[in-house]
Design a protein around this ligand. Structure first.
Ligand code: NAD
Length: 449
């Protein structure tokens, strides 16, 4: 199959590289000339484990190429995927579809022969109809169908997720799309990944329902953590106790500073808007959004409380800035609101992240960026562990204590045990371990928060 991937970001680049690895002939397109130049030079503009090698292999094999020339890529393609961004629209939280619509118009004018156009971007229910209308109006003679194929990969494990998905969802309104998408996904289908065909609107809804459900699960355990702190309980044991129930499942039950990232915040908001537009309000999701928003600043206040109620003139060290480990993505990371709260209260911030600092510098100004965890700790009055990168799991605690002005750790990911931190001479605050039973391991299943 000849595939054109419109948009070469986290999703387009990973999907394009994986499709080429299956033997398809893939052209990844982007409007960003710098990005395309980097990719053509073998450089990967994002941090995603395994991507560099995957791209290099398929570039060398001649199955993968990068260009800004959308028209020629589309003209040669059997299938065109739209994988452009759908951020929150300023002001109302609706998904901003301007990139999708612009891509659809450009695609329309370039189509040659029968082509299946597939939205991989996360788009509100009904967007497939819009894309179809835009293309038909721009190019009435075009021979095309529009399908929906939402992407479920997680940054940090994107290649593994793409190659071993729990399911592939394809929404179609015209049967001509079915054999084409079956062929595109044939290698995965042979791997027994369930390929689920639905109507187009249903496919669009499945993506939002999945993300909203996971965001709700995280928010649920975060509220349970608050109750554990006040009532005297251990949220990790609660999570394990409910997660072992197969009807509930153990994933996404790690209490933390609130969900963030490039998907959950904007997708929950967009789903709330869809509910309102269709006069079917989604009150659980509305509440999830509100609770999570408040939580991020509440985490800042938790740090202030751990510092005796006042951080004016104090230096707070932040370990981890990205919304989760193994990505450089800073979009809607909880660190942003936490740092803002601390700065508003008069603190000076020193921060370190293994991969996220380049992007962080464009978002968070007025803080010091350190060279590693020990540099962050030097002279700090409190250390706050915000993102659970592996390298923060085995810190030299003696070295940390000796370099800090006041030895204190606020562990927003519960990766340490109270006893080991206190034995090392630091004070310790964590999440939802009110019974002070911080030595229970709980379930360490990674969650996207
Ligand atoms: P991104 O911002 O990393 O990438 C989007 C890319 O599209 C950018 O490089 C941009 O320059 C390019 N672009 C915009 N308009 C274009 C046009 N007209 N022609 C060509 N290129 C264009 O975004 P992302 O994180 O890859 O997300 C893309 C979509 O996938 C979103 O809808 C998102 O919700 C969804 N999604 C993201 C993830 C994730 O983990 N990032 C997971 C699943 C789904």
């Amino acid at each position: 199959m000849r595939i054109a991937m419109i948009g070469s970001g986290y999703v387009g680049l990973v999907s394009g590289a994986c499709f080429s690895d299956y033997g398809h002939d893939v052209t990844c397109v982007d409007v960003n000339q710098d990005k395309i130049d980097q990719l053509n030079n073998g450089e990967i503009p994002i941090f995603e484990p395994g991507l560099q090698a995957l791209v290099a292999d398929n570039l060398n094999a001649g199955r993968l190429s990068f260009t800004t020339a959308l028209a020629s890529a589309v003209a040669q393609a059997d299938v065109v995927f739209i994988a452009v961004g759908t951020p929150s629209r300023r002001g109302d939280g609706h998904a901003d579809l301007s990139y999708v619509r612009a891509a659809a118009t450009e695609i329309a004018n370039a189509l040659k022969g029968f082509t299946v156009i597939v939205t991989k971007s996360t788009v509100p229910v009904g967007t497939g109809d819009d894309v179809e209308r835009i293309i038909a109006q721009a190019n009435p003679k075009a021979n095309f169908v529009v399908a929906s194929n939402p992407e479920f990969l997680r940054e940090g494990a994107a290649i593994e997720d793409f190659k071993r998905p729990d399911r592939i969802v394809v929404g179609i309104e015209d049967e001509r799309a079915r054999p084409v998408l079956e062929e595109v996904y044939r290698p995965l289908y042979l791997n027994q990944a369930p390929l689920m065909f639905t109507g187009r609107r249903t496919a669009e809804l499945i993506k939002y329902a999945a993300n909203a459900f996971l965001a709700m699960k995280i928010t649920f355990i975060n509220e349970m953590a608050d109750l554990c702190e006040k009532a005297g309980g251990d949220v990790q044991a609660v999570a394990r106790g409910i997660g072992l129930d197969k009807r509930i499942g153990s994933k996404f039950l790690n209490a933390g500073p609130g969900y963030g990232g490039s998907c959950f915040p904007k997708d929950t908001l967009a789903l709330v808007k869809s509910g309102q537009d269709f006069d079917a309000p989604l009150r659980l999701i509305e509440t999830t959004v509100a609770v999570n928003d408040q939580r991020k600043r509440a985490m800042g206040r938790k740090v202030i409380a751990a510092c005796g109620g006042d951080v004016r003139g104090k230096t707070i060290g932040i370990l981890g800035l990205t919304f989760k480990p193994n990505t450089d993505d800073m979009r809607d990371a909880p660190s942003i609101a936490i740092i803002q709260t601390l700065r508003d209260a008069g603190a000076t911030i020193r921060a370190y992240d293994p991969e996220g600092m380049d992007m962080a510098r464009t978002i968070i100004e007025g803080i010091e960026y350190a060279t590693d965890a020990y540099d962050v700790a030097t002279g700090a009055d409190c250390l706050v562990l915000v993102t659970e990168w592996n390298q923060f799991r085995s810190l030299d605690l003696d070295r940390i204590r000796q370099s800090m002005a006041t030895p204190a750790l606020v562990d927003l990911r519960n990766i340490y045990r109270r006893k080991e931190i206190e034995d090392a001479g630091l004070s310790y605050v964590s999440i939802g371990r009110g019974a002070d039973s911080g030595d229970h391991d709980g379930d360490q299943t990674a969650a996207t928060q």
